[in-house]
Design a protein around this ligand. Structure first.
Ligand SMILES: [Fe+2]
Length: 398
């Protein structure tokens, strides 16, 4: 299998922090800075546990909604702590975007001085980039392009750029046709980069399944995905936030290049039945025809009040390990694994070593693999935390 052993880049992904200090914003968020900068909350806990969990990254990604309902003090505290987290991760930079909650588009502040993005423009260090030219580009053109030291290209896109204008705009995200055209034209100079990654807040495709009435997605999102892959002739990773429900899917395009759409979990939104999660995404380059040009391994951590940050368990979010980029046939992979397993039981880490494809399956593709193995008489065996620990021949009855 031709996947380079050294990763191109490792991203730490946090999103939808929803930090606040004012009590009335506490009903739907758990990231409380009312006690000052040293209080315990999921963001400060993540800073504290980087050493214990061995977390490192090249880039800290934040996909917006840093504060809750335009809470100025919450925004300032969380932005400062994101820089603290960047240093703890040994990351070289932050690539962030703003979310609908970061803009005072409902004019909750001084109504005699309506200024939806004013607080963001006043942040120190400057938002979203330290570099003044990049920051000015982001606010004037709604996007900015960063080339990392490894050569990977990252785009920060503002999908809340029209919030504060036409009233109905606050109900959804948007990327305009002009922005797509300008971005695609500029990206033509970045063909051949080892990886292409876009960070935005709103999801580029409507949610499906239980969210059939989803109307909050980014307008022109599909056009954006088409333009990205066409501009560079490569697969992309799109990292977004907003819905607080982690998910990982292969987006549709007319070409063979894939826009992988990664909906990050929320660090701080209070949502019954949905875990607060963050992620480490390690991206590799592949030249194997069974994989896309980039593949990624996604490690996920879940925060709970009682245990802090731990590798994810359970089913309310992404599992502790998943990925993206395998483009081969699941039934064929299942047959190969079943042949290796035979009548034995093999630990999952052995399966992942012998079949690295397993590391680059989305959670749903992993379910497909489990179903195919089941048809072949081979089962996944889980521990009490629902983690797969072994794969082996099912017991025969009768
Ligand atoms: Fe949010």
């Amino acid at each position: 299998m031709q996947i380079e052993s050294d990763p191109i880049v490792r991203l730490a992904v946090v999103s939808d922090i929803h930090a606040y200090t004012s009590h009335e914003r506490s009903t739907d968020s758990i990231v409380n800075y009312a006690g000052g900068p040293r209080v315990s909350n999921p963001l400060s806990d993540l800073i504290e546990c980087t050493d214990r969990l061995g977390l490192t990254a090249d880039v800290l990604v934040c996909a917006g909604d840093i504060c809750n309902k335009a809470d100025v003090s919450g925004l300032e505290h969380a932005w400062a702590d994101l820089h603290h987290l960047k240093r703890k991760l040994s990351a070289s930079q932050i690539v962030a975007t703003c979310g609908n909650h970061d803009l005072d588009s409902r004019h909750l502040g001084d109504e005699t001085d309506p200024d939806p993005k004013g607080t963001m423009l006043s942040l120190v260090p400057s938002f979203p980039f330290d570099c003044a030219d990049l920051t000015n580009k982001f606010w004037s053109r709604n996007y900015a392009i960063v080339v990392l030291p490894c050569g990977a290209v990252m785009v920060s896109l503002n999908t809340s750029a029209y919030h504060g204008g036409k009233q109905e705009e606050i109900l959804h995200g948007r990327v305009s046709k002009r922005t797509i055209a300008a971005l695609a034209q500029e990206l033509a100079c970045h063909k051949g980069a080892p990886a292409h990654i876009l960070v935005c807040h709103h999801h580029p495709l409507p949610l499906s399944q239980a969210h059939t009435n989803d109307r909050e997605f980014m307008r022109e999102g599909q056009s954006l995905l088409d333009a990205l892959v066409n501009a560079t002739g490569s697969s992309w990773l799109i990292v977004h936030g907003h819905r607080h429900q982690p998910r990982l899917l292969s987006g549709a395009t007319e070409s063979n290049y894939v826009p992988f759409v990664f909906g990050a979990g929320s660090l701080g939104a209070r949502m019954p039945g949905v875990s607060n999660q963050c992620h480490i995404v390690t991206i590799f380059r592949s030249s194997d025809s069974q994989f896309s040009s980039i593949v990624g391994a996604v490690e996920t951590l879940t925060w709970t009040d009682s245990n802090g940050w731990q590798p994810a368990t359970g089913s309310n979010g992404l599992p502790s390990l998943c990925g993206f980029g395998y483009r081969g046939q699941i039934p064929t992979l299942a047959r190969e694994i079943a042949t290796l397993v035979g009548n034995a039981f093999l630990p999952i880490h052995q399966i992942r070593k012998d079949f690295p494809s397993v590391n680059f399956l989305t959670p749903v593709a992993m379910e497909d693999l489990e179903n195919e193995l089941d048809l072949l008489g081979v089962a996944f065996m889980r521990d009490r935390q629902s983690q797969v620990v072994q794969i082996g021949k099912k017991a025969q009855h009768g």
